[in-house]
Write a protein that binds this ligand. Structure first.
Ligand code: AMP
Length: 209
């Protein structure tokens, strides 16, 4: 979606996972919290986003993925955007039942070479153990996609992140997408938001000049 619209995709989870893997000071601070499925302290995440938004490739617009995660982060985002002279076009809420989310995330894995995504039950490779796209035999799974950790992540969502729907609804920015629909249909719903971010039919966090 980001590529199609020539936008930078800024995923706080990806930046944190890279820091954990590289064993930077920041990564070492975040590691055990992420492994337990909790939220990394706001100060760390806010600094990451603030620094990233200053980079030249963000000038023409970006998609925030996984940020903000609570009301305090949303307030920081508001002031960062203000400082940059940008506005939020829309906030997309992808609605998925908890049980479906647990099923989807607990079974997902990807090719370690080309990144192609798979699922144990819903989308296994045609030849077990071999990537359909590049033929690699190496796959990776996120450490926090274990069922116990997923339950904590869901709890963190309901406790800290779900209030954001009210916040962005009140600001006229919320667009809801039915995440229980097929992949193609969810993509089409999100595409419609990109084409008409101001129309309230649906609900990505997008910002541009
Ligand atoms: P994600 O890739 O978005 O699922 O994030 C993976 C993990 O990174 C989360 O479970 C949190 O531990 C951490 N994380 C990512 N984004 C944030 C954020 N905005 N605030 C706090 N923790 C975050």
């Amino acid at each position: 979606m980001a590529l199609r619209h020539n936008l930078v995709q800024l995923s706080t989870g990806e930046i944190l996972r890279a820091a954990v893997q590289a064993r930077t000071a920041l990564g070492n601070q975040a590691k055990s919290i992420m492994e337990q499925g909790g939220l990394v302290p706001d100060g760390i995440v806010n600094d990451i986003v603030a620094a990233r938004l200053e980079e030249p490739d963000c000038r023409t617009g970006f998609i925030l993925d996984g940020f903000p995660r609570n009301l305090a982060q949303a307030a920081v985002l508001d002031s960062l955007l203000n400082g940059l002279g940008k506005k939020l076009d829309a906030v997309i809420e992808i609605k998925v039942d908890d049980a479906a989310l647990l099923d989807r995330l607990s079974g997902r894995f990807s090719c370690a070479q080309c990144g192609c995504g798979y699922h144990d039950r819903h989308k296994p490779p045609a030849r077990p153990g071999t990537c359909d796209v590049c033929g690699s035999n190496e796959f990776t799974r996120r450490a926090d996609d274990k069922v116990e950790t997923l339950k904590n992540r869901l709890m963190a969502y309901h406790r800290e992140t779900s209030p954001l729907t009210g916040y962005y609804f009140a600001h006229g920015k919320l667009r809801s997408v039915d995440g229980m629909a097929s992949v193609e249909d969810v993509e089409a719903q999100i595409e419609r938001v990109f084409h008409a971010p101001e129309s309230r039919e649906e609900q990505i966090t997008i910002a541009h000049d």
